[in-house]
Design a binder for this molecule. Structure first.
Ligand SMILES: Cc1cc2nc3c(=O)[nH]c(=O)nc-3n(C[C@H](O)[C@H](O)[C@H](O)COP(=O)(O)OP(=O)(O)OC[C@H]3O[C@@H](n4cnc5c(N)ncnc54)[C@H](O)[C@@H]3O)c2cc1C
Length: 426
C-alpha cells in the first residue's frame, strides 16, 4: 500500500522512501507546539521510550510530533485536496445537503441512487452510466446498503426492509479505538486552555490571521507516540495523543485551571461491534454498537496503556508543568478501579472501520477490488472496507483506499511495490 500513501502525499518538508511530496494531500509538521510538548518527549525518554522524528517512517515506536494534514497552516481535507482543484470539470457535479436514501438495484445490478434534499422530501433517482461508488463511511455505508435491502436478511426483515440481496457481513466486524485518558492540572498557563476566554480567543484569531500561528493553527493533539502494552508485540500496540488543554473533546472534563490531557488507545482490539438499522426510515440514525472490551484482552491492554500514560505524566521532565493528576486521580490504583473509571469516562478515538470489509469468505462484503459481492456495478470505497483497524489514525489510510480504489475503477495498472534503498525497510 505504501506507493498509494506516497502518491497521495504532498509533504511540505521532505520526501524519501516513506513519503511523497507530489500528491494532492498537504502534510506538514505542527507549527504551534508549546514547551510542554518538548517536556513530554523528555518524559517519555526518562521511561525508556525514544524520541521518534517520523512515526510514518521506518519505525513507528517512540514519542514525537504527528504530521498533520495541513498545508500552509490550513486544513488539507479530502475535499480541499481532491475536489477543490477539479471543481470546474464538466463531468463533475457536487451536491451537498442531499441525503442518499437508497441504492437502486434492478435485476441484480446497481443502476443508480435515490436522493432527497430533506428528510421526507421529494425523491429523485440519479442513474449511473457505469458504476455506483458508495463512500458513506464506516457508519453510513452499511446503513445505506441495509436501507437498500442489501445486508443480513433476517435483520432487514425485522425492521421492515425487504431484502434485495442477503449479505450477512454488512454492518458486522465494526472496530474502533477506545481512548482512555489522564487529565492533569498544570502549574501555570502551559497549554491552550485559557484561550477559551473571549479576549484570548480574539487574540488567537488575530494571531492566526496575521502570523498563521497560535492555537487556531494547532490541532491541539499534535504530539503523541506509540509504545507497547504487550512487550512481546512485534510493533507498538498503544497510541498516545497529548491534548494541549482539558475538555477539548465532547464529553471530556474541562478543568477550571489550565490542564493537559494524555489519551491512550489500544490499537489492535479483538472485539467486534455492529451497525444496524433502527427502522426502515432513512432519516433515522443507525444503531451503533462498538462492543468495546467484549474481548477481555482489549480491556487488559487498555488498562496497561492508561498506566503508561499516567507514568509519563509523573516523570521528572514534566514536573515543572504538571501540578497534579486530576483524572483518574491518585485514589484510583487497582485494575478494578481503573476499569470502573474507564467505563465512566472513555471515549471513541473516532476510528470506526470494517463494517463492509473486503475478503473472499461468506462474511466479506466487498472483494479486494472493492466490488460488492453478489451485485453488479456497485463498489464501496471508504474506511468500511478495511478488514482490520490500522494501528494508527485512520484518515490517511482511508485516503490511501481512495487512491487505490481510483486505479481499480479506472482499470489502471496497480502501482509497483515499494523498493527500499539501503536498509530502511521495517
Ligand atoms: C471528530 C473526529 C476527529 C477525527 N480526527 C482524526 C485525526 O485527527 N486523524 C485521523 O487520521 N483521523 C481522524 N478521524 C477519522 C477520519 O476522519 C476518518 O477515518 C475518515 O474521515 C473516514 O473517511 P470515510 O471516507 O470512510 O468516511 P467519512 O469521512 O465519514 O465520509 C463519509 C461521508 O458520507 C456522507 N454520508 C453518509 N451517509 C450519507 C447518505 N446517506 N447520503 C449522503 N451523504 C452521506 C457523510 O456525511 C460524510 O461526509 C476523526 C474523525 C472524527 C469524527
Amino acid at each position: 500500500m505504501l506507493p498509494y500513501f506516497k502518491r497521495a502525499e504532498n509533504n511540505q518538508r521532505f520526501a524519501n522512501d516513506f513519503h511523497g511530496d507530489q500528491g494532492p494531500l498537504g502534510v506538514s509538521n505542527p507549527i504551534s507546539p508549546l514547551p510542554i510538548c518538548e517536556a513530554y518527549f523528555r518524559a517519555g525518554q526518562e521511561m525508556g521510550i525514544p524520541f521518534n522524528p517520523d512515526f510514518n517512517g521506518a519505525s513507528q515506536e517512540g514519542v514525537g510530533y504527528y504530521q498533520l494534514t495541513q498545508k500552509d497552516a490550513r486544513r488539507s481535507s479530502a475535499s480541499v485536496a481532491y475536489l477543490k482543484p477539479i471543481r470546474a470539470r464538466k463531468n463533475l457535479t457536487v451536491r451537498t445537503d442531499v441525503l442518499v436514501t437508497r441504492v437502486v438495484v434492478e435485476k441484480g445490478r446497481a443502476v443508480g441512487v435515490e436522493v432527497v434534499d430533506k428528510p421526507g422530501g421529494e425523491k429523485t433517482i440519479l442513474r449511473a452510466e457505469r458504476e455506483v461508488i458508495v463512500s458513506s463511511g464506516a457508519i453510513g455505508s452499511p446503513k445505506l446498503l441495509m436501507q437498500s435491502g442489501i445486508g443480513p436478511a433476517d435483520h432487514l426483515q425485522s425492521v421492515g426492509v425487504t431484502p434485495v440481496h442477503d449479505l450477512p457481513g454488512v454492518g458486522s466486524n465494526m472496530q474502533d479505538h477506545l481512548d482512555l485518558f489522564v487529565i492533569a492540572e498544570c502549574t501555570g498557563d502551559h497549554t491552550y486552555d485559557n484561550y477559551a476566554k473571549l479576549h484570548r480567543t480574539m487574540w488567537a484569531g488575530l494571531q492566526y490571521l496575521l502570523l498563521k500561528k497560535g492555537p487556531v493553527a494547532s490541532s491541539l493533539f499534535e504530539t503523541g507516540g506509540f509504545w507497547y502494552a504487550d512487550p512481546t508485540a512485534a510493533s507498538p500496540d498503544i497510541q498516545f495523543h497529548l491534548g494541549l488543554g482539558s475538555g477539548i473533546e465532547a464529553g471530556v472534563e474541562k478543568l477550571n485551571n489550565p490542564g493537559v490531557t494524555l489519551n491512550s488507545a489500544f490499537l489492535r482490539p479483538r472485539s467486534r461491534g455492529t451497525v444496524r438499522l433502527k427502522s426502515a426510515d432513512p432519516a433515522d440514525h443507525p444503531l451503533i454498537d462498538p462492543n468495546y472490551w467484549s474481548d477481555p484482552y482489549d480491556r487488559d491492554m487498555s488498562i496497561k496503556g492508561l498506566r503508561l500514560a499516567r507514568e509519563i505524566m509523573r516523570q521528572k521532565a514534566l514536573q515543572p508543568y504538571v501540578l497534579r493528576e486530576v483524572l483518574p486521580g491518585p485514589a484510583l490504583q487497582s485494575d478494578a478501579d481503573l476499569v470502573d473509571y474507564a467505563c465512566c469516562t472513555s471515549k471513541t478515538d473516532h476510528h470506526p472501520v470494517g463494517t463492509c470489509r473486503m475478503g473472499h469468505d461468506a462474511m466479506a462484503v466487498v472483494t479486494p477490488d472493492l466490488r460488492l459481492r453478489g451485485i453488479e456495478g456497485l463498489r464501496i470505497c471508504d474506511a468500511s472496507v478495511m478488514p482490520r483497524v490500522p494501528s494508527s489514525n485512520t484518515n490517511a489510510p482511508t485516503i490511501m483506499v481512495g487512491e487505490k480504489g481510483a486505479d481499480l475503477i479506472l482499470g489502471r495498472e496497480p502501482l509497483p511495490p515499494a523498493v527500499f534503498k539501503g536498509n530502511q525497510a521495517a
